[in-house]
Design a protein around this ligand. Structure first.
Ligand SMILES: CC(C)(COP(=O)(O)OP(=O)(O)OC[C@H]1O[C@@H](n2cnc3c(N)ncnc32)[C@H](O)[C@@H]1OP(=O)(O)O)[C@@H](O)C(=O)NCCC(=O)NCCS
Length: 172
C-alpha cells in the first residue's frame, strides 16, 4: 500500500517503524483517550499485528510520513474487529474500525483530515470495504471533528474502561 497526498506519504507499516511507533504511544497525551500509554513491547506487538493483517488482506493501519521531513508521524487506517457485548451491538458482530494516531508536534495542521480522506477513499475504491465505523471518546474533539468531516453518521454512545465513546458509521 502506498499513497501520496499533498503533504504526506501513506504506506504499509513495517517492523522498521516499531521504535517510532513505540515513542508515539509512550506519550500520555497521545494516548489520553485511548486507555493510556503503551509499553515498548506492546507497541512492537501492535506493529507486528498490523504487518500481518496487511499481508493477509490489506486491511490494516498504515504508516503516515511527513513528506518534507521524511518523519513517521503516526498511523491512519483500518482494523477488522469483533464486537463484544459491552459495546452496544450484538456480541460476535464484526466491523471495520477506521482510526488514526499522530505525534503531538504535528497536531492541528490538517494532517489528520488529509490522511483520513485519502485512506478512506483507498479503503472504498481499492479494498472495497463496507461497514466502516469510527469511534472516539466523547471529549476527543479533534477525532470527532475528523469523523464528522468525513460525513460519518452518529450511531450510538457507549462506555468502556477508557470512558464514554461515540460510535459512527460511514454514510450510505
Ligand atoms: C485527534 C487527532 C488525530 C487530530 O489530528 P490533527 O492532525 O490534529 O487533525 P486536523 O489538524 O486534521 O484537524 C481536523 C479538524 O479537527 C479540529 N481539531 C483538531 N484537534 C482539535 C482539538 N483538540 N479540539 C478541537 N478541534 C480540533 C481541527 O480544527 C479541524 O477542524 P476544522 O477543519 O473544522 O478546523 C490528533 O489530535 C491525535 O493524533 N490525537 C491523539 C490520538 C487520538 O486521540 N486518536 C484518535 C483516537 S479515536
Amino acid at each position: 500500500m502506498n499513497l501520496e497526498t499533498d503533504r504526506l506519504i501513506i504506506r504499509s507499516l513495517s517492523v522498521e517503524d516499531s521504535n517510532a511507533y513505540a515513542k508515539l504511544v509512550r506519550d500520555a497525551d497521545v494516548m489520553r483517550y485511548l486507555g493510556g500509554p503503551l509499553s515498548t513491547e506492546a507497541a512492537h506487538r501492535y506493529v507486528m499485528d498490523c504487518v500481518q493483517r496487511d499481508q493477509t488482506n490489506g486491511i490494516s493501519r498504515y504508516a503516515v510520513v511527513e513528506k518534507t521531513s521524511g518523519t513517521f508521524i503516526g498511523f491512519c487506517g483500518f482494523k477488522q474487529l469483533r464486537e463484544d457485548a459491552g459495546q452496544q451491538v450484538s456480541a460476535g458482530t464484526s466491523w471495520i474500525d477506521f482510526g488514526w494516531r499522530y505525534q503531538q508536534q504535528v497536531w492541528r495542521q490538517g494532517y489528520g483530515i488529509e490522511a483520513a480522506e485519502a485512506v478512506y477513499a483507498y479503503g472504498k475504491n481499492s479494498l472495497c470495504l463496507t461497514g466502516v465505523e469510527a469511534r472516539a471518546h466523547r471529549d476527543n474533539l479533534g477525532s470527532l471533528r475528523i469523523i464528522e468531516k468525513l460525513g460519518f453518521v452518529w450511531v450510538n454512545d457507549y462506555s468502556t474502561h477508557a470512558g464514554p465513546f461515540r460510535r459512527y458509521r460511514e454514510p450510505n
